[in-house]
Design a protein around this ligand. Structure first.
Ligand code: PLP
Length: 388
């Protein structure tokens, strides 16, 4: 349970749950409202460390669909997880495994959300927790959470990739269990997003899933979930997986666009979407395999498109996300306009993190507060005009 790399090739390990028993749409009713409702396809770990993660809302967005020009659009609000991101799914499983393996200390490198999540679940489990973050590059809300939940927050000079290298190198010497997405148990939790989509869409999986890609664990995990549903005969259609990277941190989008066999790493990734500011995604092989098998693609979008997508989501639907979570909507809008993706399909976009994690005013530069007198005068004039 403690190792997460193959002893022969050094590659990431994968968990396989062998079972003949599986849930059906009917058998799920009345079960616990968390990822643990899918127990047949989760590792058997005894009492889970849980805060009620999963079962996030899937919202149909008709106005937004019209604005970006697609037939059917759904957004899955992963920001409604206990610490505000999809990470809680995998961290719940990962911390449960850590306890089972006898660890008393857990560690991760993070762009912010894993740190917040691990800190909370470690507190819940009574474990010591250290998080390594790239200095000055983590959104204030996420840093606040990690500190609030009592983790030791360690700053690393450099990027997330430098922080991850340090965590992997030093974990053994400090006797800590690593809970980054190189840890295969994390992906077991994250694959439940696929089960939920299947359940929430009443078993009809004829849609495309659009996911932001950083370290590439989530897109791989969601695909794994769909493959398992297919293996157990629960679905006929495997969704296409479409990844969204930010242009300043897009090694996988570039690799796919140029048809290369391997990515060339980005040493100094730059994007306003700090959660996906990653130049060396550790799960790149899995992600590329998932995307290719599904018939999908990974594209990149500009920061300006991400900000515009955040604005459109918020003002047309009243739903919001941190910048990385808006990358799928940005991608859809751009690729529908260019004709690279068809209009006439159903798309599910994964809004991966809560908007209040990154409340920088720079992100809403389009809506400056105004003096109340200006508003009252303007509104009064409009009212007069209306009466006339
Ligand atoms: C909000 C958010 N979206 C997307 C991602 C990218 O997920 P992954 O690293 O699994 O590709 C992250 C990762 O930190 C995240 O926090």
């Amino acid at each position: 349970m403690r190792s997460y790399r193959c002893r022969c090739c050094g590659g990431p390990l994968e968990v396989r749950v062998e079972t003949d028993q599986v849930f059906s749409l009917n058998s799920l009713s009345g079960r616990v409202q968390s990822i643990w409702r899918y127990e047949e396809l989760l590792p058997d770990l005894g009492n889970p460390v849980t805060l009620g993660e999963g079962m996030t809302r899937l919202v149909r967005c008709e106005r937004l669909a019209k604005l970006i020009g697609v037939r059917n659009l759904y957004v899955k609000l992963e920001g409604t997880n206990p610490t505000g991101s999809f990470k809680d799914r995998g961290i719940s499983v990962g911390v449960t495994v850590a306890l089972r393996a006898g660890a008393d200390k857990v560690v991760c490198a993070s762009t912010g959300n894993t740190a917040a999540s691990l800190a909370a679940y470690a507190a819940r489990a009574g474990l010591e927790c250290a998080v390594l973050i790239p200095k000055g590059k983590v959104a204030s809300g996420k840093l606040f959470q990690a500190r609030l939940f009592g983790a030791v927050v360690c700053e690393v000079s450099g990027t997330f990739d430098d922080a991850l290298r340090t965590a992997l190198r030093e974990a053994e010497s400090i006797g800590a269990y690593v809970l980054n997405s190189v840890n295969p148990w994390r992906l077991e939790g994250q694959k439940t997003a696929a089960f939920e989509l299947w359940e929430q869409m009443s078993g009809d999986t004829s849609f495309d899933v659009v996911v932001p890609v950083g370290n590439a664990g989530n897109i791989s995990a969601i695909w794994k979930g769909f493959e398992e549903l297919s293996r157990h005969g629960l679905i006929d259609d495997l969704p296409r997986m479409i990844g969204a990277q930010s242009s300043g941190a897009a090694p996988l989008a570039r690799m796919m666009r140029l048809g290369l066999d391997e990515p060339s790493w980005v040493d100094d990734p730059q994007t306003i979407a700090s959660a996906i500011r990653i130049g060396r995604p550790v799960n790149w092989k899995r992600a590329i395999r998932a995307v290719r098998r599904s018939g999908g693609m990974i594209y990149d979008v500009e920061d300006s498109e991400i900000l515009e997508a955040m604005r459109l989501m918020a003002t047309s639907e009243g739903i919001a996300t941190e910048p990385a979570g808006a990358a799928p909507i940005a991608l859809l809008k751009s690729k529908i306009q260019s004709g690279e993706l068809p209009r006439d399909l159903t798309y599910v976009c994964i809004a991966t993190g809560h908007h209040l994690k990154d409340p920088s005013s720079a992100l809403v530069s389009w809506n400056e507060p105004v003096p109340v007198e200006d508003y009252l005068t303007r509104a009064g004039l409009q009212r007069t005009r209306f009466r006339e």
